[in-house]
Design a binder for this molecule. Structure first.
Ligand code: NAP
Ligand code: COA
Length: 267
């Protein structure tokens, strides 16, 4: 797939699978901007982009999606370089496993503010900057959005909200030629999310065995899916919540679930 000179912003794009998505688009010819809180991660992500695409024109910017003023400042900074954003990937997230009864109000709030309120801030303030017609907003959701998981009440609630945001915005923005979709990663190797929910090689191998396709997802799988959904061939697809999980959502989540259930029992 070719995305020559397309402008792609990946919010929360400085590590893990979101960085994988950014690298995929950069290698396909797009101009990338990646943004997150930690300046060291921003700098490292920019270096990775430059190594993957020598000569490419990429940007690394700081933002905290919980703060609308900082999100606004991100778009203002970007507007100095780009006339509009063709593809906006919104994937900033936080997660930790904890039983609901032991989750403090501030713990719930922290995750809800990053995953859900943050997604809203990114979408609402990004709206004016999206290319029209042709702009595409991709939310990075999670299986917790439709599969209740022990120790994940905060994430389940927040990501379910993200998918409803996808569907609602697809209805509201469709007439302007803006598409909005969710990608739902399954268990993806070499990510913070996987390390937090299924720590250790042995457990991750067990999880991989529950995936119908028999392996964990890779960053490249997510990049390929994001590019497929952003390609001209997908121009009539909006408002979908697309699992990219090797079939895991068909029922293979049991090992990760039973690990979390055991943790719940002993907590
Ligand atoms: P990750 O590397 O920790 O990615 C999270 C990103 O969000 C980082 O770049 C982080 O950078 C940024 N971030 C966190 N809080 C932020 C804030 N307040 N403002 C701006 N940026 C913020 O984790 P990952 O596991 O690859 O997950 C990436 C996405 O995939 C998430 O949306 C997650 O829910 C989803 N997902 C992952 C899996 C999986 O298997 N890993 C499965 C399903 C869904 P800073 O710390 O610098 O801010
Ligand atoms: N168990 C229970 N509560 C926890 C917790 C854990 N493992 N980790 C954090 N919390 C609670 C804190 O105790 C605090 O609540 P309190 O004030 O009532 O004590 C609240 O969450 C906020 O914690 P804090 O560390 O101040 O949050 P933060 O805003 O600095 O960081 C997190 C947000 C907690 C989500 C942090 O893990 C993070 O930045 N994650 C980003 C990376 C990530 O999670 N990647 C995976 C993506 S799927």
């Amino acid at each position: 797939m070719q995305f020559k000179d397309k402008r792609v912003l990946v919010v929360g794009g400085t590590s893990g699978l979101n960085l994988g998505i950014a690298l995929g688009f950069a290698q396909a010819g797009a101009h990338l901007a990646v943004a997150s809180r930690n300046p060291d991660k921003v700098a490292a992500a920019l270096t990775a982009l430059q190594e993957a695409d020598p000569g490419g024109q990429h940007l690394g910017l700081e933002v905290d999606v919980r703060e609308p003023e900082r999100v606004e400042a991100l778009y203002a900074q970007l507007a100095k370089h780009w006339t509009s954003i063709d593809i906006l990937v919104s994937g900033a997230a936080g997660n930790f496993p904890v039983p609901a009864a032991k989750l403090s109000p501030n713990g719930f709030k922290a995750v809800a503010e990053i995953d859900l309120q943050g997604a809203f801030n990114v979408a609402r303030l990004g709206y004016a900057h999206l290319t029209r017609p042709g702009g595409h907003l991709i939310h990075i959701s999670a299986p917790q959005a439709y599969l209740p998981m022990p120790m994940q009440a905060h994430v389940c609630a927040a990501k379910a909200g993200v998918d409803m945001l996808t569907r609602t915005l697809a209805m509201e923005w469709g007439r302007e030629g803006i598409r909005v979709n969710s990608l739902v990663p399954g268990p993806i190797a070499n990510t913070e999310g996987m390390d937090r929910l299924a720590p250790g090689e042995a457990l991750q191998r067990q999880v991989a065995e529950t995936v119908p396709l028999g392996r964990l997802g890779q960053w490249q799988d997510m990049a390929d899916a994001a590019m497929m959904l952003s390609s001209p061939q997908a121009s009539y697809i909006t408002g979908v919540v697309l699992p990219v999980d090797g079939g895991w959502s068909l029922g293979g989540v049991s090992v990760a679930m039973s690990h979390l259930a055991q943790q719940l029992a002993s907590s």
